[in-house]
Design a protein around this ligand. Structure first.
Ligand code: FUC
Length: 783
């Protein structure tokens, strides 16, 4: 009997931990958003899996148009007071005009992240293709296309190695010497490709032309280089013009890499960097390593991070590869056929995307499209929007335990301090640092758009809070000192200099906005405004920032005097108010909103990612009303907006609503390659939503770890391993029939532990590195 029980529980464990980690399709990608992404953080590639004319679209994280400029409008500071006064006087229209004239950056816009180019492989044999499949294994991040032509089997494997910093493409044929075709490396512009020996060599420089919108410096900027190095088993490879002709090979191996002369530390081009030398050096270091060793080196690098966290919603088959192709499953899901495994696949795909766009050797954070972009001029420049999007990209980094994906963001933000300090001083005459609603890799900090989008002076403080939260999860004090604290303290310095008193004696930000919603000053007015003073999101950001400083200040170099000043400022912030329909008031007054269903829900910053609204039951209730009001008016219609909804409802401990919005995201805002669809493709929705899944299962923002705080009824049985909670705890949970069966919590740092489930809260003494297992009543259980 004992043996039987043991076997059953073993089977149950295996069953629960078996997880599908494969996206697969029966046909090649016919467009870019059907192709599948691989990435090593620094480079990205989209694989089409075309059996006749293969296309692998390539990205390198630094391939951006634009250049380092001093973008502060020299008129800003001298017109600041006037603009502020106009806003306080209710002359928003004139304030907007002057903001547009005097505060917008010079140049007023930024340029785009660009495609690096494409590798094309045109096969000589274009006869009928049978037995076609292409698949992306998330674990260990490997794309495989296989098919047959005239009885000959072909297989193409593609991965982007973090370990060796190269793209690897291996193609084999089942028939000796079965591979004959042409390999090309191309770019739409600004590059020359030559074929030498068995290599394709690209050299280029980004040419920025005059653009009436951007008005940025025209000219030749970043220099870049790329090499595709080909090795064969049997057969020949020779240059044919600027392409390589392969004849009669049995196996083909392409190693590819690319670099520019951009330096991420200075956010600038560095003429001392020789991109071609960087390519040669990297390729040399992996020369002579066999394909199987390259793959196993890659696997050993990425698998441990991927395996940190697993999710099962109870339906996982024991097979690793699902029976139906991913696009068919998604189409079924859209029709209303529930597929729990598609949700878990989507969860792991989000983690995969973050790991593939933001890990060593990446030096830059994941942008609006991660690192995957086929355009020369991408939607929203594929840039770093900091009025929700960049923040959202990193929401899952800690809770879903994605390894060191945070590092590129932390380093980049730290580099932003220098231009941000200049901006605070020159634009506002303030200390500290500031940035507005977007930036590029050259550290632009000004209002770089029409002020109705761009006037977000606390976007930098929001970023600083993001960095603080990473500290709160990891409690890594070296990281805190090096990266987070200078941004946190610098934001507080800026804010205290920037705030002005309004007529009621409140201290307010101005000019500012509630991204990116408009309002009417009077109910009968037809004049729409965006620019304002003291919007609610700013008040919430300041409160969160000051509270973060209070909780870590004692360990940092901060005087009692400073804390006193901070407290005095906080006491004069405008109160958080409830508006006429019972929601959180979005602006300083209860204005009529222009778009009641607006995609941004900035006034709920204090619900998620913040906590201000959670501390007060009336405000918490009003938060729910705000969501209902937005939704009743068509809200949640962009991918990222829907993802934010999941987090909001998770924080409201409403699992069914959180689950509903997750389903809506898959049904309405997900492309067949499971990319998030704004539309168009924008990756923040992939990231925000999986943070939301984490929040549904474990929350840790209230001083305790709450287990299964927002479990949907439909997630009846399941398990999760390896979620992270603040204080550096690693949490695994099993539940069945909607009830917590067992939770295991490991303490990495040995900090005090409090756990909550349903209404019970219990404290535990847990030493560094040790773990406990508890049941649904929070009683200790032996394993
Ligand atoms: C914000 C959003 C848009 C879009 C853009 C990149 O401005 O309002 O919906 O996501 O960022």
């Amino acid at each position: 009997m004992k043996v039987y029980i043991f076997m059953m529980s073993l089977l149950l464990t295996i069953h629960l931990s078996a997880q599908e980690n494969i996206l697969w399709y029966k046909q090649p990608a016919s467009k870019w958003v059907e192709a599948l992404p691989v990435g090593n953080g620094r480079m990205g590639a989209m694989v089409f899996g075309d059996p006749n004319h293969e296309r692998i679209q390539l990205n390198e994280e630094t391939i951006w148009a634009g250049t380092r400029v001093h973008d502060i409008n020299p008129e800003a500071k001298s017109h600041l007071r006037e603009i502020q006064q106009l806003l306080l006087d209710g002359n928003n229209a004139k304030a907007y005009l002057l903001t547009k004239k005097y505060m917008v950056g010079t140049p007023p816009e930024i340029r785009s992240y660009q495609t690096l180019g494409d590798i094309y492989i045109d096969w000589a044999d274009s006869s009928a293709v049978v037995d076609y499949t292409r698949q992306l294994e998330l674990r260990p991040s490997l794309h495989t296309t296989s098919f047959s032509k005239k009885g000959i089997g072909y297989k193409e494997e593609v991965f982007l190695s973090s370990k060796d910093n190269i793209l690897v493409v291996r193609i084999t044929s089942s028939k000796k010497q079965g591979l004959t075709g042409t390999i090309r490396l191309t770019r739409p512009r600004d590059a020359v490709v030559s074929a030498k020996g068995k290599q394709l060599i690209m050299e280029g420089q980004i040419i920025d032309s005059e653009d009436p919108e951007i008005k940025g410096p025209a000219g030749a900027h970043l220099r870049f280089a790329a090499i595709a190095d080909v090795q064969l088993k049997e057969g020949q490879c020779s240059a044919a013009g600027n392409a390589l002709q392969v004849k009669g090979a049995t196996e083909l191996l392409i190693r590819f890499t690319a670099f520019s002369d951009y330096d991420a530390q200075t956010l600038n081009q560095d003429p001392a960097i020789m991109p071609m030398d960087s390519c040669v050096k990297i390729l040399k270091s992996s020369a002579g390593i066999s394909y199987s060793s390259l793959l196993s080196r890659h696997t050993k690098t990425v698998m441990p991070d991927f395996d940190r966290c697993t999710l099962s919603l109870g339906k996982n088959s024991d097979e690793n590869k699902p029976k139906l192709p991913t696009d068919v499953r998604l189409a079924n899901f859209v029709k209303g056929i529930m597929d729990e495994d598609l949700i878990t696949l989507y969860f792991q795909y989000g983690r995969y995307l973050l790991m593939s766009s933001s890990r060593e050797p990446a030096r830059l954070p994941a942008n609006l499209q991660g690192k995957w972009n086929e355009h020369m001029n991408a939607p929203w420049q594929s840039d770093y929007h900091t009025n929700i999007n960049l923040q959202m990209n990193y929401w899952p980094a800690d809770i879903t335990n994605t390894g060191n994906t945070y590092e590129p963001l932390a380093a980049f933000m730290n580099a932003m301090l220098q231009p941000g300090r200049l901006c605070a001083k020159e634009m506002y005459g303030a200390g500290g640092w500031v940035m507005h609603h977007l930036t590029d890799i050259y550290g632009r900090t000004s209002i770089n758009a029409d002020p109705k989008w761009g006037t977000s002076p606390l976007a930098g403080a929001w970023m600083a809070l993001n960095l603080y939260d990473h500290y709160d999860f990891t409690r890594d004090s070296a990281y805190l000192h090096r990266y987070a604290w200078p941004l946190i303290k610098g934001s507080a310095d800026f804010i205290m200099d920037f705030l002005i008193p309004d007529a009621e004696g409140n201290l307010v930000t101005a000019p500012s906005m509630s991204p990116e919603n408009g309002f009417f000053l009077n109910r009968d007015s037809t004049n729409r405004h965006v620019i304002t003073y003291g919007p609610t999101i700013d008040v919430e950001i300041i409160k969160e920032l000051f509270s973060a400083i209070r909780s870590i200040g004692s360990t940092m170099d901060i005087s009692a005097e400073y804390l006193k000043r901070m407290n005095a400022v906080e006491a004069k912030l405008p109160p958080l108010r409830i508006n006429r329909y019972g929601g959180i008031q979005e602006w300083i007054k209860d204005y009529d909103e222009e778009e009641p269903g607006h995609r941004h829900m900035s006034q709920l910053f204090g619900l998620y990612p913040g906590t201000t609204l959670i501390k007060d039951s009336a405000l918490l209730l009003a938060s729910r009303k705000t969501l209902e009001h937005r939704l009743a008016n068509g809200g949640g219609h962009t991918g990222w907006s829907r993802s934010w909804m999941i987090n909001f409802y998770a924080r409201l401990k409403d699992g069914d609503q959180a689950g509903y919005h997750l389903e809506q995201l898959l049904k309405k805002s997900t492309l067949s390659n499971l990319f998030d669809n704004h539309p168009p493709f924008q990756i923040d929705g992939n990231f925000g939503s999986i943070a939301g899944i984490g929040e549904m299962l474990v929350q840790s923002h209230q001083g305790y770890i709450e287990l299964l705080p927002a479990l949907p009824n439909s997630w009846n049985t399941g398990s999760v391993t390896g979620l992270m909670a603040r204080g550096n705890f690693i949490v695994s949970i099993q539940w069945a029939d909607g009830k917590l069966r067992k939770a295991t919590i490991r303490s990495v740092m040995g900090l005090p532990l409090k756990v909550k489930h349903n209404k019970t809260i219990r404290s535990f003494d847990l030493k560094k590195g040790s773990e406990i297992s508890i049941d649904g009543e929070l009683n200790l259980v032996t394993k």
